[in-house]
Write a protein of this length. Structure first.
Length: 175
């Protein structure tokens, strides 16, 4: 009879030990998972900025009017034309800034006052600082992607051209 009582299942102590081990493993794995997700979001944001530069180059060659002045001009439309060039997806080429993709908000600004847009700045900032990313990025018509030096929070809006090219504020990404 004593043999049957012993083989009924796990004791409370054994179950508590298993739960404690699972919690320890989770406490190690979850922060690493969040850091990996932030790194992936930042890499995706850099990729979007590079694609925006390529889209701007195609737009400039295709329409011979300089660069697009809004993200919507690069975005999808029917038909594809100068106001909706179909060079980006609907997330990046949205109608109103900021356009959100992959945990980042994206902006496009220009300093052109005339009909021909001769420069642009695209910028990306995390939607939730410390959760979706920890770096602000920008790029101009020259195609160099830069990150903000000493950033302590997300951008409050689009970055301006002179700030993006200022080496005291932004440093070129090396990868």
């Amino acid at each position: 009879m004593s043999r049957r009582n012993k083989s009924r299942g796990f004791s409370l102590i054994e179950l508590l030990i298993v739960v404690a081990i699972i919690l320890i493993i989770a406490s190690i794995a979850i922060p690493n998972l969040l850091r990996s997700k932030m790194s992936a979001n930042e890499a995706a944001a850099v990729s979007v900025l590079r694609n925006m530069h390529n889209s701007q180059s195609v737009y400039s060659l295709q329409y011979s009017t300089g660069f697009a002045s809004t993200l919507a001009q690069l975005g999808p439309g029917v038909p594809c034309n100068q106001t909706h060039a179909c060079l980006t997806d609907e997330l990046v080429g949205c109608a109103a800034q900021p356009c959100v993709k992959g945990g980042y908000e994206f902006f496009l600004t220009t300093t052109a006052a005339g009909a021909v847009v001769t420069n642009f700045t695209v910028s990306g900032t995390p939607t939730a600082w410390g959760k979706t990313g920890e770096r602000n990025f920008c790029s101009t018509e020259e195609g160099v992607v830069r990150f903000q030096i000493g950033a302590a929070g997300p951008l409050t809006g689009a970055e301006i051209h002179s700030n993006c090219v200022d080496p005291a504020q932004y440093s070129a990404l090396r990868n």
